[in-house]
Design a binder for this molecule. Structure first.
Ligand SMILES: [Zn+2]
Length: 250
């Protein structure tokens, strides 16, 4: 694959990551995603396009607003960098094919959900419900003979989370169940890899919070970020992980 394709993927991810910052901030506040343009949360000054270049502007301005010098969280360039890198890896995994478009859209949705859930303990219906429907349509269109894998993956993952929510009230919520529905619709059988990774990362983080940060065992932690991390891992490496796992038993 020519390097220019990878460069384009990275660039597209960075630019989309910049838009995801807007989505993460405004969607839970029920604000328009389009208008007004980006503003400094401190002084309200509109951000010029030359100060709105993903990652670079933050570095050049050393994480401060040009007008009022208020600190701008490193979260913004981080979201851009994560999205850019994941888009690049998706191109490496799928090449110039239709599935790369599905993977990009899925990754973008996962990044937005992860940070919104982290901030507000909400997994927005506005993302997961259309995502589940469009994801299933895309999966079936790309692999019509294996449509049942995606239906089963979607319903299976959601049922699994539903059982957990009933066994462990307060741990999982309806948002996690709907998110699993979305993940299964896109990942098919690889949703198993995503759920396994999510519980692994979630457990490690939970132990860290209890032991190192001395948080109570009852403290509520959003599970969406771990589901999203597992989902991105599964879309990029699900095939490889599942194949290696099966070869252990043959
Ligand atoms: Zn400012």
């Amino acid at each position: 694959m020519p390097y220019v394709v990878y460069a384009f993927s990275l660039l597209l991810g960075l630019v989309l990551g910049s838009f995801l910052n807007v989505v993460i901030y405004r969607l839970p506040r029920h604000e328009s995603l389009i208008r007004p343009g980006s503003r400094c949360p401190g002084c309200g000054t509109s951000i010029h396009c030359y100060d709105n270049i993903p990652v670079l502007s933050w570095l050049v301005l050393r994480g401060r607003c040009r007008a009022c010098q208020m600190r701008i969280s490193c979260r913004y360039p981080l979201v851009e960098a994560i999205t850019g890198l994941a888009f690049l890896l998706a191109m490496w995994r799928f090449g110039l094919t239709w599935p790369v478009l599905v993977a990009w859209a899925f990754i973008a949705a996962m990044v937005a959900i992860a940070f919104i859930d982290y901030d507000h303990m909400i997994i927005p219906n506005k993302i997961v419900l259309p995502g589940a429907l469009l994801g299933l349509i895309a999966s079936v269109a790309l692999e019509p003979q294996r449509w049942w894998v995606y239906v089963a993956g979607s319903l299976g993952a959601a049922a699994f989370m539903l059982v957990l929510a009933m066994l462990w009230p307060g741990g999982m919520g309806p948002g996690d169940i709907k998110m699993a529905l979305f993940m299964g619709a896109v990942l098919g059988a690889h949703v198993m890899v995503a759920l396994f990774a999510a519980f692994l990362f979630g457990s490690i983080a939970g132990i860290y919070m209890m032991v190192v940060q001395k948080r109570s065992r009852k403290a509520k932690i959003p599970f969406g970020p771990y589901l999203a991390l597992g989902a991105v891992l599964a879309v990029l490496l699900g095939e490889t992980i599942l194949r290696n796992y099966q070869s252990l038993y043959s």
